[in-house]
Design a protein around this ligand. Structure first.
Ligand code: PMT
Length: 401
């Protein structure tokens, strides 16, 4: 898959720099031409010789010294690259990049690049949570940089929390997705919803469902890797943020409704993979409800149907995609939702079938098109299903033109 691809790997000065050696080794093992740029601080943690032995290429670290085959290092290492990866990316490199500072080989290469750039932050837990760092990440995401979020765990300084460099597997997956991209969604804005909304009963309890968010996150990741600007309106999940997407966290159906309505005017495509609660408690108790009688009744009222509202006021040029989570009569219910909500495409899954629906890493779906065509897909990894759905969306958009 990576055979012959030119990957420039920036290594910056954090303890996780030693893990970049494993990444360089895996990339080279898959046939990529890996050219490493080390910052001066990275050299305090690992020796260039490690990367030279693993990649077979000279490591570059000086803006003014050309290694064999390179005339101007920052221009060649950006211009020839199919992908630029920075792992680990320290708070310092994120800050410089967010503010256009170019004062060494890595920063000049990054600013001169036109290929996709994948940033893999790793730092102390409190540094990562720092407002300045978080603002820089938001800014860089808006600029179109892709991210692999750090993991939660114990970091070298002994603190526990988010800050540990993502595993080599997760970084390799993001690299593969970025390099496979057909780029056919460049210029499009996609709003994806994901996860199960939570409807509070009292300050400690809520009504929800089994959605893990995996299907919606896979769609967001796939659309972003194909070049789209992606706004991910997500109910609470335990998933890391997919690279390059703009997160909009929500909790309740009404919060999801206002977030979707806020982004709808600028959207070309809306994909509603979220499992939205149809009802909420009429009144949320101010205090924790105490056990009293043997029975208790909650009065529920209807939530807004977000997708139906979008369908009713559908704008020209917008593609609306809904999901249907069914336990029986899949075809009948799917067709009713497709026409009832005025959708272009409906993705139906029978959530009682093993390998489909809630929580699993795979899904088995049937695509119902507005024109009447139905396409059944076999069991596939949710990212592969996401790409099939996006292929269908792009076909629908072409035929609707
Ligand atoms: O998150 P995972 O664990 O990966 O699981 C994936 C999934 C099963 C949640 C997903 O594949 C799926 O089927 N999502 C839709 C679930 C659902 O709520 O279906 P529904 O048939 O109740 O709703 C139909 C459509 O209307 C959906 O697109 C839904 O987002 C939307 N809707 C529903 C109710 C509401 N009040 N507002 C809405 O917009």
């Amino acid at each position: 898959m990576l055979e012959g691809r030119f990957i420039t790997l920036g290594v910056t000065g954090g303890i996780a720099a030693y893990k970049a050696a494993d990444l360089a080794s895996k990339l080279a093992g898959q046939g990529a031409a890996v050219h490493v740029i080390m910052t001066r601080s990275a050299g305090e943690f690992v020796r260039p010789l490690t990367f030279e032995a693993l990649t077979g290429n000279t490591v570059n670290s000086d803006l003014f010294v050309s290694s064999p085959g390179l005339k101007m290092p920052h221009i060649d290492l950006s211009g020839q690259a199919d992908l630029l990866v920075v792992a680990p990316a320290t708070a310092n490199i994120l800050g410089k990049l967010a503010h256009g500072i170019a004062d060494d080989l890595l920063t000049t290469t990054l600013l001169a690049s036109t290929c996709p750039v994948l940033l893999c932050p790793a730092m102390n837990v409190h540094m990562y949570a720092n407002k300045a760092v978080q603002e820089n990440i938001v800014k860089l995401t808006e600029f179109g940089y892709h991210f692999v979020e750090p993991e939660v765990g114990r970091v070298a300084c002994g603190h526990f929390g988010r800050g540990r460099l993502a595993g080599t597997g997760a970084i390799m997956r993001a690299i593969t997705v970025l390099l496979q991209s057909p780029g056919d969604m460049k210029g499009l804005t996609v709003v994806v919803t994901a996860g199960g909304t939570r409807e509070p009963i009292d300050p400690v309890r809520y009504i929800s469902n089994h959605s893990s968010g995996k299907m919606g996150y896979a769609l967001a990741e796939a659309a972003s890797s194909r070049g789209a600007r992606v706004i991910l309106v997500s109910a609470p999940t335990a998933l890391p943020q997919p690279p390059g997407v703009e997160p909009v966290p929500v909790e309740t159906a009404r919060e999801m409704h206002s977030a979707v309505m806020r982004y709808y005017p600028g959207a070309d495509i809306v994909i509603k993979a979220a499992a939205v609660a149809d009802y909420r408690c009429e009144r949320q108790a101010a205090d924790k409800i105490k056990k009293t009688g043997e029975k208790m009744t909650l009065e529920l009222v209807r939530n807004p149907d977000i997708l139906a509202e979008l369908g009713a006021g559908k704008r020209e040029g917008v593609t609306l995609v809904g999901f249907a989570a069914e336990t029986s009569q899949l075809e009948k219910n799917a067709r009713e939702k497709l026409s009832g909500k005025n959708l272009d495409l409906l993705v139906a899954n029978d959530v009682t079938v093993p390998g489909a629906g809630f929580g699993s890493d795979t899904n088995i779906v049937k695509l119902f098109f507005a024109g009447g065509r139905v396409e059944a897909l076999p069991e596939m990894d949710k990212l592969a299903v996401a790409h099939k759905i996006l292929d269908a969306v792009m076909t629908v958009r072409k035929t609707n033109k």
